[in-house]
Design a protein around this ligand. Structure first.
Ligand code: ATP
Length: 331
């Protein structure tokens, strides 16, 4: 298990009441598990989303993010484990919790020939907790909040992809929300739509909402989130504040040389780990070995060193090492 996974366990332990005081959590799960027949989609995860965080729930497709979110919102029953949302146990207190949570999971089915405003009115009318007397004020406030008031009378089918997604988020904002849960809100959007949704998430967070946003795009999470949790085949392999997770990544030494295999032998001999060779360079985790000792030994062994650097890996390197998969960083 990686150091980060250990850190994540530690965060979970703290969440369950370890030595340090428990954080005020918007979402806290303990051993949350979901099996579909013989397949374990979500495997004993201890998620901790602090209040006020923008928590990026990151993982490749199929890693269990949507299944987790569906459990959090009470849309499906966990097979094992427990969870609290806004400090209350779920699903026991769902009736108290869910009106305070806005979510975008499968996306509401909007009617193409109705206006944005009329679509929100239909959505609001279907919500048993919503007060019809205040509907029109709340609908306009939600449209305003996502920047769609000027386009409120336009038919949905004339909306751009970004506008459609913003309308879906407006649907989650028809009542004041303490927690917003957005499953892949930029999926399928063009770059302009992606920017619109990202800046909306940032401004919702600035206003004090906790946001849990899932994504398979690392760049998106890096740009939007204060915290991250990384899923890999149903397990939460790392979580914490972005800076802390990044700091948990071990620095790497890189030797630029025409003889990378010989350099790799030296690195191994000195006790560096995860040694890798590529065209024109060798890399390894440097651990506690001093950089100057590595350079001296390379020179002593006659390895022609063109360059030597020690750097913290990018978050992308880190996720590749945690999940064995590349992330799409183009978003
Ligand atoms: N209703 C279901 N019945 C059977 N298997 C399911 C069901 N829902 C999800 N799974 C399986 O559980 C695993 C996790 O899926 P999930 O949708 O939670 O992943 P994800 O990280 O959200 O991926 P994506 O971004 O592709 O939705 C997948 O292997 C998926 O096929």
């Amino acid at each position: 298990m990686s150091d980060l996974a250990v850190a994540s366990r530690a965060a979970g332990a703290e969440a369950r009441g370890g030595d340090t005081p428990a954080l005020d959590a918007a979402v806290r799960t303990s051993g949350l598990t979901k099996r579909f027949h013989h397949q374990v989609a979500v495997n004993e995860i201890d998620l901790l989303v602090p209040r006020g965080a923008v928590y990026g729930f990151l993982g490749p497709n199929g890693s269990g993010k949507t299944t987790t979110i569906r459990m959090l919102l009470g849309l499906i029953q966990p097979t094992a484990g427990s969870h609290e949302v806004l400090g209350l146990p779920m699903p026991a207190r769902a009736a108290d919790v869910l009106p305070r949570v806005g979510s975008l999971v499968e996306g509401p089915a909007f009617h193409p020939y109705l206006s944005g405003r009329a679509n929100l009115a239909r959505l609001d009318a279907a919500d048993r907790c919503a007060d019809p007397a205040t509907a029109s004020r709340r609908i306009d406030a939600a449209l305003d909040r996502v920047g769609l008031l000027p386009a409120a009378a336009k038919r949905y089918r004339a909306y751009s992809l970004g506008m459609r997604q913003r309308l879906a988020i407006a649907g989650a904002l028809l009542a004041p929300r303490e927690l917003l849960v957005l499953d892949e809100p930029t999926n399928g959007l063009d770059p302009q739509g992606t920017r619109e949704v990202r800046s909306l998430v940032a401004s919702l967070a600035e206003e004090g909402a906790t946001v849990l946003v899932s994504s398979h795009l690392l760049s998106e999470v890096e740009q939007m989130c204060s915290h991250i949790g990384v899923m890999h085949v149903g397990r939460l392999v790392a979580q914490g504040p972005v800076g802390q997770v990044r700091a948990g990544a071990q620095p790497q030494a890189r030797v630029d040389t025409d003889r990378p295999e010989d350099a790799a032998d030296v690195l191994r001999r000195l006790g560096l780990t995860e040694v890798a060779v590529d065209h024109g360079h060798a890399r390894a985790l440097i651990g506690a070995v001093r950089p100057e000792d590595v350079v001296a030994e390379l020179v002593r062994a006659g390895v022609p060193v063109r360059g030597f650097t020690v750097e913290a890996p990018s978050l992308e390197d880190l996720f590749v090492s945690l999940t064995g998969e590349g992330f799409d960083v183009s978003g």
